[in-house]
Design a protein around this ligand. Structure first.
Ligand code: ZN
Length: 267
């Protein structure tokens, strides 16, 4: 047992610039053994890879993803595609993404989101890498794209899953993995997730913080900054175990095992 795996933390985010060392120490003390740092744009993915490489000898094993978030899809073009391809092939990069579709705020036009998403799925298929995917308020259009590409993808996770039981079922039917965040701890928006999480097969379930976002709402001693951190991953773990009526240690072991196998991490 080499610790929990946080499959999604935005550690290259500016809010971690001043104290990343302490954040990683805190994560290690809380039992987090590995973190996959999320890349959300070409620039952020390069920063995530640099950070993961630099902290390699640190208290937590870091790797990263290389991708373009749907919000950033309008920045996608031939240059971004070429840079992304290079980044994806760095040793420290273990998945393509985050990529997908987000109609919640439509920061990028939908046709651009689609083109950017499909290009990344093609890259993942070609490089035989797993995909770290994001979907918000775009289930049908997202599903249509994933369904078409799924036969060529080695593995793919819908991170920060917050949807309905029916949507989870559709993803599981495509043999996708699901990532659960502290959203499940939100008594206003996340209550339905308890039932959804109970129905996810053990070998498809992973956990994440999505730090610095999504600070669990029911955290006993929440930081005044409201910044979420990987050290709060055990809180997400407890909520997931409670929802499944399962032993916490068993869920810790299974989610870590699944994540290590999904991303090809050692340990
Ligand atoms: Zn996301």
């Amino acid at each position: 047992m080499s610790g929990l795996v946080d499959i999604g933390a935005n550690l290259a985010h500016r809010s971690f610039r001043g104290d990343l060392g302490e954040v990683l120490e805190g994560a290690a003390r809380a039992g987090v053994g590995a973190i996959v740092v999320t890349g959300t744009s070409v620039t952020a993915s390069a920063a995530a890879a640099d950070l993961a490489a630099r902290e390699r000898a640190g208290p937590v094993a870091l790797t990263s993803t290389a991708g373009i978030h749907p919000h950033e899809a309008r920045t996608f073009g031939p240059l971004a595609a070429a840079t992304l391809r290079e980044l994806a092939q760095r040793d420290v990069v273990v998945a393509v993404g985050e990529c997908g579709r987000d109609y919640n705020r439509d920061f990028s036009p939908r046709p651009a989101q689609r083109a950017c998403f499909e290009a990344q799925l093609e890259l993942a298929a070609e490089l035989r890498m797993p995909v770290f995917m994001h979907e918000r308020d775009a289930h049908d259009d997202f599903l249509a794209v994933v369904r078409r590409h799924r036969p060529r993808l080695v593995a793919a996770v819908v991170h920060c899953f917050t949807g309905t039981a029916r949507e989870a079922e559709a993803y599981l039917d495509l043999d996708l993995h699901l990532g659960i965040t502290g959203w499940i701890c939100d008594e206003r928006r996340g209550r339905h997730l308890a039932d959804v999480v109970r129905a996810i097969p053990e070998d498809r379930l992973m956990i994440e913080t999505d730090a610095p976002f999504l600070l669990p709402r029911d955290l006993p001693a929440a930081p005044s900054s409201r910044r979420n951190e990987p050290r709060f991953l055990p809180h997400v773990l407890r909520a997931v175990a409670r929802a499944r009526g399962a032993d916490e240690a068993a869920v810790a072991a299974s989610t870590s095992r699944v994540a290590r196998s999904f991303f090809g991490l050692g340990g």
